[in-house]
Ligand binder design. Structure first.
Ligand code: SAM
Length: 370
């Protein structure tokens, strides 16, 4: 296939994250790996400030394959995407990058996983360095597809259910990670960048946050069930109405709580009841299907409020944004999840720093997840 000599690459887990959150992403990945594998040693994540990704080198291919089965992407808060594989492959200034990548893939990834891939994607970090690789990745894709296809690694008709072969370039494409992304254990957006269009009638950009959250935390079937017409919701910190808008689109009834003004068109639907009261004091007269909350406040205060609603049976599901202006951001998230989780240990609980989240994370809690 090629004469290029394949170097020995290390088994690794790769997570994509928001620029500036590499330490959090690396620390939580290492902590989950210790927990899932029951390790005695502390694996050390490799992170570079503002690189928008973190890597965790593993001791063996056996560990990698065990983690593939046991490490759910839903257990990670700061990871936008989860990939398994080998690296880093040092490409230097090689003009032909396809040949060394195909050779290394045959040497490490293919024998380790022993599987075929449905397609090839080329990804890069979501930061300024990555932007410079947009054109390069389009140029290199056909050559790589040809080389990997020739080696028998890619199926011809892109069979569903198979993993995606993901070549992640970084360091100005001088280095690459050769990985795969499993379809049932990954973000629906291959590089974790949720490409959603801002609907023209939505009152604020925040609407994209809630839309992304619905895709990240729920399957289509769960969305159809949990967000069906006629359900009721309370939106705390609702003005001008981006989150409320998402629910009104789904023909739900919303009580919007905020001293600020709500969007006129939204109010004209007749589906919104606007109350100018304090989110921390308001309680519904009877339980609602959803609590959604985007109030700008200390995260632990918001977590206690949500825990109260859950504990008192005031809602069946909750989607809440926690703002993280402080330094110890991972500790704060864990503290808040403990507070919310303690309200009812039968509830499903997950959190994620979404693509549309800045210095914040979104938490989903539900009594209804099967
Ligand atoms: C980030 S904005 C919400 C944006 C909204 N989710 C959207 O999509 O348009 C936060 C809102 O919380 C409201 N807020 C802050 N503290 C509040 C409180 N104690 N009670 C009610 N609303 C509050 C603010 O007035 C502000 O409108």
């Amino acid at each position: 296939m090629t004469d290029a000599v394949a170097p020995k690459l290390k088994p690794m887990i790769l997570v994509y994250c928001r620029e500036g959150f590499e330490a959090e992403a690396g620390q939580e990945l290492a902590a989950m790996v210790v927990q899932v594998l029951g390790l005695q040693r502390q694996p050390l994540p490799v992170t570079v400030a503002n690189s928008a990704f973190a890597m965790l080198p593993l001791a063996s291919t056996n560990e990698l394959m065990a983690l593939r089965r046991k490490l759910p992407v839903k257990s990670l808060v700061f990871a936008r995407q989860l990939a398994f594989g080998f690296g880093p492959l040092d490409l230097g200034d090689a003009r032909d990058r396809a040949a060394p990548i195909a050779a290394a893939a045959l040497e490490s990834i293919f024998p380790a996983a022993g599987i075929q891939y449905n397609r090839l994607v080329v990804t890069y970090p979501d930061n300024n360095d990555g932007k410079e690789l947009t054109r390069f990745s389009k140029l290199v894709h056909p050559a790589l597809t040809k080389a990997l296809g020739k080696a028998g690694m890619l199926t011809k008709n892109g069979a569903k259910g198979l993993p995606t072969f993901n070549v992640f370039f970084f360091d100005r494409a001088k280095q690459a990670m050769l990985t795969w992304i499993d379809p049932g254990n990954s973000s629906p957006w291959i590089d974790g960048v949720a490409r959603l269009k801002l609907p023209p009638s939505a009152p604020s950009r925040s609407t994209l946050k809630l839309e992304e959250a619905f895709h990240i935390f729920m399957t289509k079937g769960q969305r159809d069930h949990l967000l069906r017409p006629g359900l009721t919701a309370v939106d705390l910190g609702a003005s001008p109405g981006g989150w409320t808008w998402q629910l009104i689109q789904r023909e739900m009834f919303v009580t919007a709580v905020d001293n600020g003004k709500m969007d006129d068109a939204l109010m004209a639907t007749g589906m919104v009841n606007h109350l100018s009261v304090d989110a921390f004091h308001y309680r519904p007269k009877s339980p609602v299907d959803w609590l959604i909350c985007d109030v700008v406040e200390q995260p632990s205060r918001v977590a206690k409020l949500v825990a109260h609603w859950i504990g008192e049976g005031l809602c069946k599901n909750a989607m809440v944004n926690l703002k993280l202006p402080m330094k110890q951001r991972r500790d704060e998230v864990l503290r808040c999840l403990d507070i919310i989780g303690a309200a009812n240990d039968q509830w499903y609980l997950a959190a994620r720093q979404l693509y549309h989240d800045r210095r914040e994370v979104t938490v989903f809690a539900s009594s209804n997840m099967d």
